[in-house]
Design a protein around this ligand. Structure first.
Ligand code: SF4
Ligand code: SF4
Length: 297
């Protein structure tokens, strides 16, 4: 078994005890428990792509509006891979907490909130493309659910909290992150443009849709008309395509065919840009030279 770090970051550098779906935990959480909402008052919620899709829909916002109003950015690794967390108050309370009523977005709460106090660990097995889900238990003093007299397997707890759907739609994204992490220096720091594409395809789906439906994209990639119709109509098709696109951008895993001559066209366009820049630089230097000698001639 590889000792890859989990996909969802932890605060502690100590690797947690790894549990399986069969492991039983003693836990129950319900409105009326003495610590109700204590966890949401010190929230540290990293969001995955499907979380954002559900939350922005629930709040009736575009992805850009949701990101601006409800999230803060952070770097997931030393290469600057962008991540986003739910915004909190200065005291650390989640801003989606509605006083004593509890979570205002409960049916669409993020993956991390569903799992708590279980933490999801996605691990990569050496030599295998797929990842394996394992778990650990987070014990925090403020959470009294651990003292409740109910034994439940982690598998049943996942079912109870509706984690399956979230995992299904986020899984390929976790795989991307683990792949990048395990590739380490062999892949190197992706260029800023690739990191921007990672942010857009992972979190800002409405902008990514505009990008995919743009003439420039259609001129570059050779995809059928019904693909574009599906992307226009279905967020999940777009989300999945985003993962495929990121594999191409980050790892050169080419699965999206390009239009004939697209590469030559891009090179020619870049050449044009370089030529224009060179001409502008020459003109700037010429002007600087002229100014230097003004009045001497
Ligand atoms: S999203 Fe809901 S469950 Fe999650 S921390 Fe915020 S208030 Fe709590
Ligand atoms: S039992 Fe734990 S998870 Fe439930 S409200 Fe209390 S602190 Fe939050």
């Amino acid at each position: 078994m590889s000792d890859e770090r989990p996909a969802i970051p932890f605060q502690s550098p100590v690797l947690p005890e790894v549990l399986s779906e069969k492991t039983e935990i003693s836990f129950r959480c319900y409105p009326g428990i003495s610590c109700f909402n204590a966890c949401c008052k010190r929230a540290d919620v990293t969001l995955a792509p499907y979380d954002i899709l559900r939350l922005k829909r629930r709040l009736g916002l575009t992805s850009a509006e949701f990101l601006a109003r409800h999230t803060v950015p952070f770097q997931m690794d030393a290469d600057g891979t962008p991540g986003v967390k739910l915004k909190t108050s200065e005291e650390g309370a989640c801003l989606l907490l509605d006083g004593d009523k509890g979570c205002s977005v409960y049916p669409d709460r993020p993956t991390v909130c569903r799992y708590y106090p279980v933490a999801l660990l996605n691990r990569r097995i050496a030599g295998e493309a797929d990842t394996h889900q394992e778990y650990s238990l987070v014990r925090e003093d403020h959470c009294k659910g651990h003292l409740e007299d109910r034994l439940i397997s982690i598998g049943d707890y996942r079912q109870e909290q509706g984690c399956d759907l979230h995992d299904e739609h986020n899984r390929e994204w976790y795989q991307l992150i683990l792949k990048k992490r395990s590739a380490g220096p062999t892949v190197g720091r992706p260029p800023q443009t690739s990191l921007n594409v990672f942010f857009m395809a992972s979190y800002d789906l409405d902008t990514f849709r505009r990008f995919v439906l743009s003439d420039k994209f259609k001129d570059t990639y050779d995809l059928p008309a019904d693909f574009y119709a599906e992307v226009q109509a279905d967020d999940l098709v777009l989300l999945k395509f985003g993962y495929r696109f990121l594999r191409q951008v980050l790892f050169a895993e080419f699965s999206i065919p390009e239009q004939p001559g697209a590469w030559d066209k891009r090179v020619a366009q870049r050449q044009e840009v370089w030529d224009l820049r060179r001409q502008a630089e020459l003109a700037r230097r010429q002007q600087a030279e002229d100014e230097k000698y003004q009045g001497e001639l």
